[in-house]
Write a protein that binds this ligand. Structure first.
Ligand code: DGT
Ligand code: CA
Ligand code: CA
Ligand code: ZN
Length: 581
C-alpha cells in the first residue's frame, strides 16, 4: 500500500465510526492519523521499515499496528468488519455539503439508501423531505450540495497540507550541486487557502541533475511529464508538483512568471507591451528584435515596469498594480509583528497541555503574552467548562502568570459557545471576571442566514464579548460554514469595537482573505490567533499572517501587534456605556 491508500482507509474508518455514532475521541484519533500520514513527506513503507511509525504525530502503538497490517497484508480487518455494518457508499455521502453523519445514518436506516447515486435519485423524487427533521428546503440543499460536489470535487488541498511538503522537497533540491536558489511559486507562494498543485522553482545552470533528483524523491509516485527545463510529478498523496529550472540570471522572471496569479501576470505583460517589451519566464524581449533583458531578481522585473516590488500575497489583480503605481501599497503586517496569541486550549477542555505548559511553549515561540481560552459548557464534545470549573481555572492561570515572571503575561479567557438559539453560555457577571472573552459558533452552522447572523450579532452586542473567533465556522477544503450576512457582522464589529479573528488553523483561515479586506476598509480590528490545541500548532501563525496580508492588513489593523496595555484599554472601552467612551 502507498501513503494515499493508508490515508484513505484511515479517513474512511473515521467517517464510518462517525456514522455509527462512535465515541468522538476514537473518531478524532483516526482523522488525526489520516492527516498526519497525508502530511508525511516520506514513503510510509520506508518509515515502517525503519521502525519509526510511532514517530509520526498522532500514531501510537495501536495505530502503528494497524498501519503495519495494511502495509504487510494490503488489508485492514477492522475496516472490513466496519464495512459489513456501515456500507462504504455512505462515506461518499458525507462529502456532500450539509450532510452529516446522523443524517446519512437516517437515510440509510429509513430508506435503505447506500450510495450517492441512490441518494441523488431519492432527493430528485422528493423522498427525503418527509423524513423527520427534513423538509423541501433541506432536500433542495442536499441536491445543491451534490451538484457542487460534482463541480469541484475535492482535488484542491489546504495550504497547511501543501506547505510542509513543499518545504521538505525544497530542502532536498537545495542540496543538489549547482543550485543557487529554490523557492515555491504559484498559489502556494501567494498563500492561497487551497492549493491546486505545488509549483517549485529552482535556479541552476543545468536542469538535468535537479530534475533527476526531483523525480527520485521518496515522496514521488510517478513522473507525469518531463521537458528540457520542467518536470511534473504526482506525489504519493495524489498532489501534483511542477518543477521549473532556469539559470540564476533569469531567476527574477522565472519566479515572477510562475508565482502568478495569471491575472496579475496578464496586467504586467500589458504594461511591458506598452514599453515595447514582451515578458515571459525567460526574460523581457524588445519587440523590435533587440537583445533579451535578463532579471536576476523580481525587484528588477517590477522596476523595469516602473513598479515597486509587489508582495506575492497581493498578486491577485485586486487593485495591487494600481496601488503600486500610485505609491499606495499597504505596509503589510508581518510574522515578526505578532506579540501574543489570544486563543488556545489546554487539558481543561480539549487541549494537550496544561495552562503552564502551553504558556511556556508560547513564550518559547517568541510571544510575550497569551490568553488561555478553553471551551465552555455547552460544547460537551470538547469537555467545555462549567462556571465552577472556569473559576477553578482562574487560580491556575494566575499561578502560571506568576511562574512566568513579569515579562510574560497569561490572561484568563474563554472561548464561549454562542448557542443555537443565540444565547451565550455564561452570564454577564461571570464574563466580567475574565480578562478576554471570545464568543464563537461551533454548532447550528446550517441555520438560515437570518438566524445565524442574528446569533453572531447577539454576541457582538454583548459589552463583555471582546472577540468573535473563526466567524463563519467553515472548514477547508470544502465545508462552507454559516451563511452570515458579513456586511452586517463587520458593521456591528466596527460600531461596538469587537475584534474579529483570523483563525490561523489551515483548516479554518476564517475570516478569509476577502472578508479581511472588507474588515480593514471598515476599520474593524482583527486578531490573528492559532487556536492551538498542542504546541506544534503555534507554527500555524504564518498561515494566519498570510491571510491577513492577502486582505491588505497592516500592523495597525491587527491587535496582536499592539502593546498589550493598548489592547487591554481597547477591550475595556467596550464595557463602558457609549456616552462614557
Ligand atoms: P493552483 O495551482 O490552482 O492553486 O493555482 P496557481 O496559481 O498555482 O496556478 P498554476 O499552478 O496553474 O500555475 C502557476 C503559475 O504559473 C500561475 O499562477 C501563473 C503561471 N501560469 C501558469 N499558466 C499560465 C498561463 O497560461 N499564462 C500565464 N500568464 N501564466 C501562467
Ligand atoms: Ca499551482
Ligand atoms: Ca502548476
Ligand atoms: Zn478554539
Amino acid at each position: 500500500m502507498k501513503n494515499r491508500e493508508v490515508v484513505d482507509l484511515f479517513s474512511r474508518v473515521a467517517d464510518m465510526l462517525a456514522i455509527r455514532g462512535d465515541q468522538i475521541h476514537r473518531i478524532l484519533a483516526y482523522r488525526k492519523a489520516a492527516e498526519s500520514v497525508e502530511a508525511l513527506g516520506r514513503d510510509i513503507n520506508v518509515v515502517y521499515a525503519e521502525g519509526k511509525l510511532t514517530d509520526i504525530p498522532g500514531i501510537g502503538d495501536t495505530l502503528a499496528a494497524k498501519i503495519e497490517e495494511m502495509l504487510t497484508t494490503g488489508r485492514l480487518a477492522f475496516y472490513d468488519k466496519l464495512a459489513q455494518e456501515i456500507p462504504p457508499g455512505l462515506v461518499d455521502m458525507l462529502r456532500v455539503e450539509g450532510l452529516g453523519p446522523k443524517r446519512v445514518k437516517q437515510v440509510y436506516e429509513t430508506l435503505k439508501i447506500t450510495t450517492l447515486d441512490e441518494l441523488t435519485t431519492a432527493a430528485r423524487e422528493g423522498k427525503l423531505r418527509d423524513l423527520p427533521g427534513m423538509g423541501a428546503k433541506s432536500e433542495a440543499k442536499i441536491l445543491a450540495g451534490i451538484a457542487a460536489l460534482a463541480r469541484h470535487g475535492d482535488t484542491r488541498v489546504s495550504l497547511g497540507v501543501a506547505w510542509p511538503i513543499a518545504q521538505a522537497m525544497l530542502d532536498e533540491l537545495k542540496r543538489v550541486p549547482g543550485v543557487t536558489a529554490a523557492a515555491v511559486g504559484g498559489s502556494l507562494r501567494r498563500m492561497r487557502e487551497t492549493i491546486g498543485d505545488i509549483d517549485l522553482l529552482v535556479a541552476a545552470e543545468s536542469a538535468g541533475e535537479v530534475m533527476d533528483r526531483f523525480a527520485a524523491l521518496e515522496n514521488v509516485e510517478a513522473v507525469a511529464g518531463r521537458g528540457p527545463t520542467k518536470t511534473n510529478v504526482v506525489l504519493l498523496n495524489g498532489l501534483g508538483v511542477d518543477l521549473r529550472v532556469l539559470p540564476a540570471a533569469r531567476w527574477g522572471t522565472l519566479l515572477n512568471y510562475f508565482t502568478g496569479s495569471k491575472d496579475h501576470n496578464v496586467k504586467l505583460r500589458e504594461m511591458a507591451l506598452k514599453k515595447g517589451l514582451s515578458l515571459n519566464e525567460h526574460a523581457f524581449t524588445p519587440l523590435d528584435g533587440g537583445d533579451e533583458i535578463l532579471c536576476a531578481t523580481e525587484e528588477e522585473v517590477y522596476a523595469r515596469l516602473g513598479l515597486p516590488f509587489i508582495p506575492p500575497s497581493l498578486r491577485e489583480d485586486r487593485g495591487e498594480i494600481e496601488a503600486a503605481l500610485a505609491g499606495k501599497l499597504p505596509a503589510l503586517v508581518s510574522l515578526d509583528d505578532i506579540r501574543y496569541d489570544l486563543h488556545m486550549h489546554t487539558t481543561w477542555s480539549d487541549g494537550a497541555l496544561s495552562v503552564l505548559e502551553m504558556a511556556r511553549a508560547a513564550r518559547d515561540s517568541g510571544l510575550r503574552a497569551v490568553a488561555i481560552t478553553d471551551h465552555s459548557v455547552s460544547l460537551g464534545v470538547a469537555n467545555g467548562l462549567s462556571v465552577e470549573r472556569l473559576r477553578q481555572q482562574a487560580a491556575e492561570v494566575r499561578a502560571a502568570d506568576e511562574a512566568l515572571g513579569p515579562d510574560f503575561r497569561v490572561l484568563h479567557g474563554t472561548e464561549m459557545e454562542i448557542r443555537a438559539d443565540g444565547t451565550l453560555d455564561f452570564p454577564d457577571e461571570v464574563l466580567a471576571e475574565l480578562d478576554f472573552v471570545i464568543a464563537s459558533l461551533h454548532t447550528g452552522l446550517s441555520q438560515s442566514r437570518e438566524q445565524a447572523t442574528r446569533r453572531v450579532l447577539n454576541a457582538i452586542e454583548n459589552p463583555h464579548v471582546d472577540m468573535i473567533a473563526h466567524p463563519t465556522g467553515r472548514l477547508l477544503p470544502d465545508r462552507a460554514g454559516a451563511d452570515l450576512d458579513m456586511d452586517a457582522v463587520l458593521a456591528a464589529a466596527a460600531a461596538t469595537g469587537t475584534i474579529l479573528e483570523i483563525n490561523a488553523h489551515p483548516a479554518r483561515l476564517d475570516l478569509r482573505d476577502s472578508h479581511v479586506r472588507r474588515a480593514v476598509e471598515m476599520g474593524v480590528r482583527i486578531a490573528i490567533n492559532t487556536d492551538a490545541h498542542r504546541p506544534e500548532e503555534f507554527d500555524n501563525r504564518k498561515y494566519g499572517v498570510a491571510t491577513a496580508q492577502r486582505g491588505w492588513a497592516t500592523a495597525a489593523d491587527v491587535v496582536n501587534t499592539w502593546p498589550l496595555d493598548e489592547l487591554l484599554q481597547f477591550i475595556q472601552a467596550k464595557e463602558r456605556p457609549p456616552a462614557a467612551r
